[in-house]
Structure formats: structure tokens, C-alpha cells
Design a protein around this ligand. Structure first.
Ligand SMILES: Cc1cc2nc3c(=O)[nH]c(=O)nc-3n(C[C@H](O)[C@H](O)[C@H](O)COP(=O)(O)OP(=O)(O)OC[C@H]3O[C@@H](n4cnc5c(N)ncnc54)[C@H](O)[C@@H]3O)c2cc1C
Ligand code: SF4
Ligand code: SF4
Ligand code: SF4
Length: 384
């Protein structure tokens, strides 16, 4: 018996590991660097709990009918340091002030991405910002259940499949749990991230969405003892692999959550295009969030933030908003060079792969630079 039959049927949430009464499931790394459950059959009592909590096996026909907003934090510093408009920090801060624990993705001491929780505002510095690597859940669902069982409140932020996994594990929607996910492109391999990071020496700081060159042209910032590296999304090797779908987890090419709809109270996204949705906002390249309030609870949190004056938000036409975000319903398309990439990752030096994988002609280099400068001029004129 197996919890998952094929790699493209497991999102790696670890709910099965945490529910197993015999503790006979462990997460094991595959050769692409993703975690999958492995059952010790000699200990299994065939209770099938692992299958009951699996968010991929669960069938739901929940259709969300969200209210949609364009929003941003009025705190300039929070907005600057956040991936889009800084809504995560504002929502999480609001809940911490009410005594809740907040869970989200941060780094460990080796800059591996893991889920972390706590109840201090300082923790938000670590959780803030998208990390384009699959985050490890470890035993966080168990920890959250313990807090909720004791009457505590939790704000959980994660990928849509991690939010679904949490509800599956809890087998219900506890009143004191607020969840927030994001429109998800997919999650890249932790092994590729580890190998890439190793090329920088002793790393001190990582930001995947630095706004030095603006929000539309976000940059990967890595500070190490060797260099202070800033490269835009159209130049950096790691970000290019993520954005052209080479390094994503297999299930992300046919995401089950996109078909079922998010289970989170709130879904956050980048509002890359205003698409005539409103004339109350100007895109000044500082970061705008698209916010989907999927439940009444999500709606109330947003309303409260606006009343306190912490965020600017304006309601937009839901159909236009949803149709402006293809990734809400459509999975990333499979990159036909994915297998070749992982074969080469196994068999070659990473530096060789980096030097050879993206060969860009001089003409293409000029084109990329031209488009970047044109965009910068467009925003410079708007700000004036
Ligand atoms: C892997 C990934 C793919 C994404 N794909 C898209 C997309 O296709 N389209 C789109 O519009 N937006 C996408 N986003 C969301 C977007 O990057 C912003 O996170 C979102 O707009 C919220 O921005 P913010 O400024 O409010 O919050 P931020 O300060 O950016 O907060 C981000 C929140 O996400 C959590 N988080 C960060 N990294 C991870 C991770 N690896 N796994 C789980 N949780 C994480 C953090 O804990 C934090 O709670 C993606 C995010 C991630 C992490
Ligand atoms: S069937 Fe029950 S005992 Fe066996 S692996 Fe699944 S949860 Fe554990
Ligand atoms: S519960 Fe999560 S980790 Fe376990 S098989 Fe299902 S998707 Fe994979
Ligand atoms: S694309 Fe789907 S399966 Fe992949 S990380 Fe996002 S929500 Fe999970």
C-alpha cells in the first residue's frame, strides 16, 4: 500500500506523516531534491488514515466566489521589503496583536526553506517575502493542532496545497484558524537551490524579491563573504529556471488545488496588470497586491486593516481580477527540457550546467536590456 502512487500525485505536505498512529511514515528525499513519504510496511496497521488526510486524494467541489481587491500596505518600509504590496505582513501583524501564533516560510541556518511559527512581530521579518523553493513542513501541522486544542489562535500562510493539507489534517475548519495562501506558479527543487547557493560561499542574507530595480523587474539578492549579488529575474540563472518551469515539483504541472479551488480565507498575489480594473490606483512600480477574500473571515480581516488605516484597498471586478491571473486556475506548462536538466544536475558539475544551460546571443542580450530600460522610463515618467 502506498500513500501516493506516482510523483505527480504528491505535493509533499507531510500530513500523512503527522497523522500516522504508528509513526511508520517518513519523508525521504528523491534525486531531484523533493520530499516524498515512505511507509515502513512492517509497522503499518492498514488504518488508512494517511489516505484520508491526503489533500491530493481528497475530492472537493468547493467553488470560491471571492471579493477581489487591489491593495498595499501604507507603511513604506513594509511595502518595500515585501514581494508585492506587503499584505502578508499587515495581516499577520494584525493577528499577532490579537495574541495569535503566525506560521509561514522562513530560512534555517543554511538558507534552506522551512515553515516556522511564533508569536512575535520580529518573526515577520523572517517570514516576509516569497522564497522560490519548496518549503519543508516538518511537524508544523501537529504544532498548530496543539495550539488550537489549547484554545489558541493561529494565522497560517503557505502554498495552496499546504493550506489544504492543514485543513485535511485537522479534519475541519477550526474557528480560531485563519489561513492565507497565494496564487501559486509552483515550487522549485530545494536541491537546485542548495547547489546554486553553494556557488556563493558563506551566505549571510537572501532576498528573492528585492526591489532595487523596481517591483516589475525584481531581483535575487544574495549577500555573502564573496560578493553582494543583485540580479534581475531576466538575468539570474536560478530565477530563470523557476520562471521557465524547469525546476518545479512534478505535481505543480497538474496542480490538484487549482482544479478544486483554494481553501484559504485569503489568497494573495501580485497585481502585475491593472487591466482597467480601477482608476483609484496607479502602478508606480513599488508593488501592488491582488487580494482575494474567499471567506467572510478573510473579508473581515481586510476590512479591519482598512479601517485602522494600515492598508489601502479598493474593490475591483472579480471576473476581471480572476481572469488577469492565469496561474489561479492553470498549472505551469511542462518544460520539455526538465528531464535533461535533472539528468545533467545528477551527472555534471553545477558550474558547467550554469555556464552552458542558458546560451544568450548578444542580440538577445541587447533586446532584454532595451525592454528593461523602456519599462524603467515608463515608470519614471509616471512617478513624476
Ligand atoms: C513559490 C511561490 C510561487 C508564487 N507564484 C505566484 C504567481 O504565480 N503569481 C502571483 O501573483 N503570485 C505568486 N506568488 C505570491 C507572490 O510572490 C507574493 O508572495 C504575494 O503576492 C504576497 O505578497 P506580499 O507582499 O503580501 O507578502 P510577502 O511578504 O511576500 O509574504 C509572502 C508569504 O508567503 C509565504 N511564503 C514565502 N515563500 C513560501 C514558500 N516557498 N512556500 C510557502 N509559503 C511561502 C511567507 O511565509 C509569507 O507568509 C508566489 C509565491 C511563492 C512563494
Ligand atoms: S495505513 Fe495507518 S498505519 Fe499504515 S501508514 Fe497509513 S496511517 Fe500509518
Ligand atoms: S498527505 Fe501530503 S505528503 Fe502525504 S502523500 Fe498526500 S500530498 Fe503527499
Ligand atoms: S502549484 Fe499546486 S501543487 Fe505546486 S506548490 Fe503550488 S499549490 Fe502546491
Amino acid at each position: 500500500m502506498s500513500v501516493y502512487e506516482e510523483k505527480n500525485k504528491c505535493c509533499g505536505c507531510s500530513a500523512c506523516v503527522m497523522i500516522c498512529p504508528k509513526q511508520c511514515i517518513s519523508m525521504q528525499l528523491d534525486d531531484e531534491g523533493f520530499l516524498y513519504p515512505l511507509i515502513d510496511k512492517s509497522l503499518c496497521v492498514n488504518c488508512l488514515l494517511c489516505q484520508k488526510v491526503c489533500p491530493v486524494l481528497k475530492k472537493r467541489d468547493k467553488k470560491n466566489n471571492p471579493n477581489c481587491y487591489i491593495a498595499f500596505s501604507r507603511n513604506k518600509n513594509i511595502r518595500k521589503k515585501s514581494s508585492s504590496g506587503g499584505l502578508f505582513t499587515e495581516l499577520a501583524k494584525q493577528q499577532i496583536e490579537k495574541g495569535a501564533y503566525v506560521y509561514g516560510a522562513g530560512f534555517d541556518e543554511n538558507f534552506e526553506v522551512i515553515h516556522k511559527g511564533g508569536s512575535s512581530v520580529e518573526l515577520l521579518e523572517e517570514l516576509r517575502g516569497s522564497k522560490y523553493v519548496q518549503s519543508r513542513m516538518d511537524d508544523k501541522y501537529q504544532e498548530i493542532k496543539e495550539i488550537l486544542d489549547k484554545g489558541g489562535s493561529v494565522y497560517f500562510s503557505g502554498a495552496p496545497c499546504q493550506v489544504s493539507g492543514l485543513y485535511s489534517y485537522l479534519r475541519g475548519r477550526p474557528e480560531k484558524l485563519i489561513t492565507q495562501d497565494f496564487i501559486c506558479h509552483g515550487v522549485p527543487s530545494p536541491l537546485v537551490w542548495k547547489k546554486y547557493l553553494a556557488t556563493f560561499g558563506n551566505v549571510k542574507k537572501v532576498e528573492f524579491r528585492n526591489k532595487k530595480y523596481g517591483w516589475h523587474y525584481f531581483a535575487l539578492h544574495i549577500e555573502s563573504d564573496k560578493k553582494n549579488y543583485y540580479k534581475r529575474l531576466d538575468e539570474d540563472f536560478y530565477l530563470k529556471l523557476f520562471l521557465d518551469n524547469t525546476t518545479l515539483r512534478p505535481i505543480c504541472y497538474d496542480c490538484p488545488i487549482k482544479k478544486q479551488g483554494s481553501m484559504a480565507d485569503i489568497t494573495l498575489a501580485d497585481c502585475w496588470s491593472l487591466n482597467h480594473m480601477t482608476d483609484r490606483v496607479t502602478d508606480t512600480d513599488k508593488g501592488l497586491s491582488l487580494v482575494l477574500a474567499n471567506t467572510l473571515c478573510g473579508e473581515k480581516c481586510l476590512e479591519e486593516l482598512e479601517k485602522r488605516g494600515d492598508v489601502f484597498k479598493t474593490k475591483v471586478d472579480s471576473q476581471k481580477a480572476v481572469s488577469s491571473q492565469l496561474a489561479l486556475k492553470k498549472s505551469a506548462s511542462y518544460n520539455s527540457k526538465r528531464n535533461l536538466f535533472f539528468d545533467r544536475l545528477k551527472n555534471e558539475e553545477f558550474s558547467t550546467l550554469m555556464n552552458e544551460w542558458f546560451r544568450v546571443s548578444l542580440k538577445e542580450k541587447f533586446r532584454i536590456k532595451y525592454v528593461y530600460i523602456k519599462t524603467k522610463i515608463r515608470f519614471a515618467l509616471k512617478v513624476k
